[in-house]
Design a protein around this ligand. Structure first.
Ligand SMILES: Nc1ncnc2c1ncn2[C@@H]1O[C@H](COP(=O)(O)OP(=O)(O)OP(=O)(O)O)[C@@H](O)[C@H]1O
Ligand SMILES: [Mg+2]
Length: 252
């Protein structure tokens, strides 16, 4: 992405932003609330049209009119709020909206395909379960399977760990690493420094709509430096505090 500009009434959400993504990498997009992360990736995923700037995919100019358009070019995004139909099964959700010749194959065969794909990427979820029966973590796996089934090469995940329990976060990281190992690229949006340092190969930092670090190798940085890039000043991680005396006036 080059020189991306995206405005909302009264806000310059993306102010001439450049963003590079390599094949087979996990790239974190880091920034405080309102920094413009979701906006930038929504532009890349075909949800928003930028006012200025250009996108190239494998060197070819790309312009997306819809998320469907972006997916057909291999770019898919999973948003913070999922879009599954809860009354349908996992397999039905994955097939939804596709022009599959469904009459040629029994649904059971599709279930098997979904199970195989889940196995390959560590996305364990029963293909025949109805989505309402699933935990939030399992629903996220269905969203990922949906994108994999559409053949995306670039998967953008908007704050995917926000809804997960610690053990589920480990599972997600295993999946993301398996995808990267197959040459797919992952954009991992987050404001959690420890996760960024752990999972990402590189990190781009946004502050108030602008890039403050572009594709920095996570191996050559640390949480303190990233925090500074994110908020624009030194951040104290450890604050020495004397214990407060407890009393009837003290609520916590
Ligand atoms: N649809 C919208 N309409 C109006 N303003 C918007 C819209 N989407 C985002 N904004 C504004 O654009 C700016 C960037 O928002 P964005 O959601 O991209 O930030 P973010 O980095 O994803 O933040 P967060 O960590 O809170 O998700 C914010 O000031 C936000 O209020
Ligand atoms: Mg956001």
């Amino acid at each position: 992405m080059r020189g991306i500009v995206k405005r909302f009434p009264g806000v310059l959400a993306n102010d001439h932003v450049d963003f590079d993504l390599r094949a087979g990498e996990i790239h974190a997009l880091l920034g405080e609330n309102g920094a413009g992360k979701s906006t930038l990736m929504s532009v890349l995923a075909g949800l928003y049209k930028p006012e200025a700037g250009a996108i190239r995919v494998r060197g070819e100019p790309a312009s997306f009119n819809s998320p469907r358009d972006a997916i057909s070019r291999g770019l898919g995004m999973i948003h913070q709020h999922f879009t599954l139909v809860t009354s349908l099964t996992v397999t039905e959700n994955i097939l939804l909206g596709l022009d599959e010749p469904r009459f040629l194959m029994r649904l059971a065969d599709y279930d098997q395909r979904m199970a195989d794909m889940g196995q390959r990427f560590g996305l364990h979820v029963s293909p025949r379960a109805k989505v309402w029966q699933l935990s939030v973590g399992e629903q996220q796996r269905v969203e990922i399977l949906k994108m994999l089934y559409r053949g995306v090469q670039v998967l953008i995940m908007d704050e995917p760990t926000a809804v997960l329990a610690p053990l589920e976060i480990e599972g997600l990281f295993t999946t993301l690493r398996a995808m990267a190992a197959e040459g797919k690229s992952i954009v991992f949006i987050s404001h959690k420094l420890n996760e960024v340092v752990r999972i990402a190969d590189r990190v781009t930092v946004l502050r108030k709509g602008r890039v403050t670090a572009a594709g920095l190798a996570t191996s050559s940085t640390n949480q303190a430096e990233l925090a500074k890039l994110m908020v624009g000043r030194e951040v104290l991680f450890h604050i020495e505090k004397k214990p407060q005396p407890a009393g009837p006036w003290c609520w916590s």
